[in-house]
Write a protein that binds this ligand. Structure first.
Ligand code: ASP
Length: 326
């Protein structure tokens, strides 16, 4: 089944209050089925075309996004800002929580209730699992989870899957290998769950102490998804269609000596990639801190910089959808 229908138009001029995603929170990839993905990717594709043709357009003129980040971010925060501004809307950025009332001890619920007085949608990144759900419960306006600790990062998973579709053209039948910190990496938690909607094989390559959490593997097992764990990449690389590399999440370790013992466990270099297929892609949610050597960047299979750009279009689509413009 094609995941993008190019002959549809998804950008009505008026408000679309009966649209399926109008006013909804985006908290977890568990909210999406394959039809939703088809829709989101079709809108994202149109956003890409619009940006290519006219750069900025006023679909969300007059709408305001509160971008509330309790944890560091470069790509997620700036791509949501760019997405809103490319659609003619504006942004209240709260990146430096130390300069806001949060540093006075304000609760997340109260901060969110405050921001929704001024904004139409709230994007939240927070260090605790479940924080986005707490915020969504407190808020009347849509809340978008931009990463809740080691929990989920649903908009990243959507842009990751969109990257796979745009780069390889299909998802069913692929072998996806996730490499690195699968325990603390929230992007792989969300992506693995999202991939369980498809007929894919997932391979996990991680040091013993950073294995994919058993509850996520059990969830995928229950859906009949073929999964296997490996300690080294060599045996699995030749059959891999998507190599998803992750950073060891230093900030999540209680024992820094433990971090030091695993930090350089895998490094992707042009030499390592000689064993991989010619038509495959290497992805990374970024930032990278040594897992992929810069010498590999010029290889056409290095998709991680293109992946960031796809994120802009997916986030434009999501904002338009929850604000009733698509
Ligand atoms: N940027 C991604 C995240 O926020 C990946 C990472 O930080 O390693 O989860």
């Amino acid at each position: 089944m094609p995941i993008i229908k190019h002959n549809m138009s998804h950008l009505p001029l008026g408000d679309h209050k009966n649209a399926p995603w109008y006013g909804k929170d985006i908290l977890s990839v568990g909210q999406f089925g394959r039809e939703d993905l088809e829709y989101i990717f079709a809108v994202s594709h149109e956003m890409h075309d619009m940006v290519d043709h006219i750069g900025t357009f006023d679909l969300l003129k007059g709408k305001i996004l509160a971008n509330l980040f309790y944890e560091p971010s470069t790509r997620t925060s700036s791509s949501f800002t760019a997405a809103m501004e490319r659609l003619g809307g504006s942004v209240i950025p709260i990146n430096e929580v130390k300069y806001s009332s949060i540093s006075k001890g304000e609760s997340l619920a109260d901060t969110v209730r405050t921001l929704e007085c001024y904004a139409d949608v709230i994007v939240l990144r927070h260090p605790e699992i479940g924080s986005a759900a707490i915020a969504a419960k407190a808020a009347r306006k849509p809340v978008i989870n931009a990463g809740d600790g080691i929990g989920e990062h649903p908009t990243q998973a959507l842009l990751d899957l969109f990257t796979i579709v745009e780069e390889l053209g299909y998802v069913d039948g692929l072998t996806v290998t996730m490499l690195g910190d699968l325990k603390y990496g929230r992007t792989v938690h969300s992506l693995a769950r999202l991939l369980s909607l498809f007929d894919v094989r997932i391979r996990y390559v991680a040091p013993e102490i950073l294995r994919m959490p058993p509850e996520i593997m059990a969830e995928l097992e229950a859906k009949g998804l073929p999964q296997a764990e490996h300690v080294t990449l060599e045996s699995i690389l030749p059959e891999t269609d998507v190599l998803y590399v992750t950073r060891v999440q230093k900030e999540r370790f209680e024992d820094q000596a433990e971090y030091e013992s695993v930090k350089g466990a895998y490094v992707i270099t042009p030499e390592v990639m000689r064993a991989a297929k010619e038509r495959m892609i290497v992805m990374h949610p970024l930032p990278r801190v040594g897992e992929i050597s810069p010498e590999f960047d010029e290889d056409p299979r290095a998709a991680y910089f293109r992946q960031m750009e796809y994120g802009l279009y997916v986030r434009m689509a999501l904002l338009a959808m929850v604000l009733g413009k698509s």
